[in-house]
Design a protein around this ligand. Structure first.
Ligand code: HEC
Length: 438
């Protein structure tokens, strides 16, 4: 990898150490020139002094002691948290956090070459980190059109998990609007550490539907619907908050969670209405084992499968597997009406600590005909090979606790009619055609 500044550092190192280092200086990556830019781009949003990462990785002094661990976690693709199998299925996402093979190789070569600092003059300019107090979508979307707030909760320092489920009236809208994006924002810094997961669901007045404005878990704080797609939000109703607080040794009276909402302009509603994330069970349902019947013997594996037929064409915009500590893999495949089968996405390094929503790029999101079967496959690993298995001696069954298991997927999906489907396919073909001609 040759950068424009490498010549300078080459000259410097030749001056300092003699000619024999010439090749070495050019080939061995240094922190300042090669590694710092990667950390800036892919790690420092969490690994900063106030972030959720356990240690800051802002400068050489902070990074050097972790060099070997960083090589280990990045080469295994455990860090950054992006647990998707890069060898199969769709690979273009709006929120891709992963390292490229080249970046992983650069980090490895840097560690193997002695984790050198290099020339501090090669360091990239500091980037401005978005503080946890700000909206992560702010830069892209501007300030939210409406902010809703949970009722205050007194966070305790120590003790059991706490559930806080207040109902708060929803107001502030004088017209029905279509949601374009939403972000769930715990307080900062305390809330970011103690709010483990949660959601804000709007129950419209006099309607039976539920409008899930935002669902949150570590690794998932926002949602942007595809262009031309939105969720219909009524003028009034009540927000059912469901917040899971996890004490971490610090008290915080009157803690409030906010959700920021961005809408389509009033006079430009989107063509497509979405229900947002829909739950797909991965457990057989029809006569096979059910989620409630998960039974994994000690030191063994279990595979569960769930199939769901789409009764209309649909677009899929996101995929978020949900398993617990023994869950390792969840694959989402489409069996098309012509019998062909395609893996859409596979998460093969699932880690329960992270709830990552894989949000497809608009150009590659699956557009599926009516009659498609979505087939999901979960694999559970209750052996000692699973590093987050708390106890491979246990029988594991279905349940809400992390040591029990679950098996479902949250899929962002929008149903289409036949005309919309034909149009969506035609638009995609036209786009691909343009790309070929370019
Ligand atoms: C979205 C936030 C986030 C990002 C981005 C992120 N990390 Fe982490 N990292 C964490 C958290 C949280 C933990 C501890 C919990 C865990 O391991 O899942 C962690 C753990 C680690 C550990 C293990 C620390 C230990 O003591 O076991 C290493 C090493 C690491 N991260 C390196 C990196 C590197 C290198 C990058 C970028 C290439 C990165 N992380 C990106 C949040 C993040």
């Amino acid at each position: 990898m040759i950068h424009h500044r490498s010549l300078l550092s080459l000259v410097v190192s030749v001056m300092l150490t003699g000619l024999s280092f010439q090749v070495f200086a050019q080939d061995t990556p240094t922190f300042s020139r090669d590694v710092a830019p990667i950390l800036q781009q892919k790690c420092q949003t969490c690994h900063n002094p106030e972030g959720i990462g356990p240690m800051p990785l802002m400068n050489y002094q902070q990074v050097r002691p972790f060099a070997a661990l960083i090589q280990d976690r990045t080469s295994k693709r455990i860090m950054p948290p992006w647990h998707l199998d890069p060898t199969i299925g769709i690979q273009s996402f709006k929120n891709d956090a992963s390292l490229s093979d080249e970046q992983i190789a650069t980090i490895a070569a840097w560690v193997e070459g002695g984790a050198l600092e290099g020339n501090p003059a090669d360091l990239p300019a500091l980037i401005e980190l978005i503080s946890g107090a700000e909206w992560q979508l702010g830069e892209q979307m501007g300030p939210p059109d409406l902010v809703i707030k949970s009722a205050p909760f007194d966070v305790i320092a120590n003790g059991q998990d706490q559930w806080w489920e207040p109902n708060v009236p929803f107001e502030g809208m004088n017209k029905e609007r279509f949601l374009k994006a939403a972000e769930f924002k715990p307080s900062y810094p305390l809330g970011k550490k103690v709010v483990h997961h949660g959601h804000a669901v709007l129950i419209p007045e006099g309607e039976r539907r539920q409008v899930a404005l935002a669902r949150y878990g570590v690794g998932k704080s926002w949602e942007i619907y595809p262009e031309g797609t939105g969720m219909r939000v009524p003028t009034s109703g009540s927000i059912a908050w469901n917040l899971h607080y996890f004490p971490v040794g610090a008290e915080g009276p009157g803690d409030v969670v906010e959700v920021g909402l961005w809408f389509y302009p009033e006079d430009q509603p989107p063509e497509l209405e979405t229900a947002g994330e829909v739950m797909f069970r991965v457990d057989g349902l029809k006569g096979m084992a059910r989620g409630q019947d998960i039974v994994i013997p000690p030191h063994s594996y279990q595979v569960l499968q769930g199939t769901h037929r789409l009764d209309s064409p649909a677009v899929i915009h996101s995929y978020r597997p949900h398993l617990h500590m023994r869950g390792k893999v969840m694959t989402m495949e489409a069996i098309l009406p012509d019998g062909s089968k395609e893996v859409l996405s596979q998460v093969n390094k699932y880690n329960h600590n992270w709830q990552i929503s894989y949000i497809y790029a608009d150009e590659e999101k699956p557009i599926l005909p009516s009659g498609t079967i979505l087939q999901f496959t979960s694999v559970f690993d209750n052996t000692a090979n699973n590093p987050i298995n708390p106890d491979p001696e246990q029988w594991v069954v279905f349940g809400r606790r992390g040591v029990d298991e679950m098996s479902h997927a949250w899929v962002g999906i929008t149903n289409l009619n036949e005309e919309q489907y034909t149009q969506a396919i035609a638009e995609r073909r036209a786009r691909q055609e343009t790309l070929r001609l370019d």
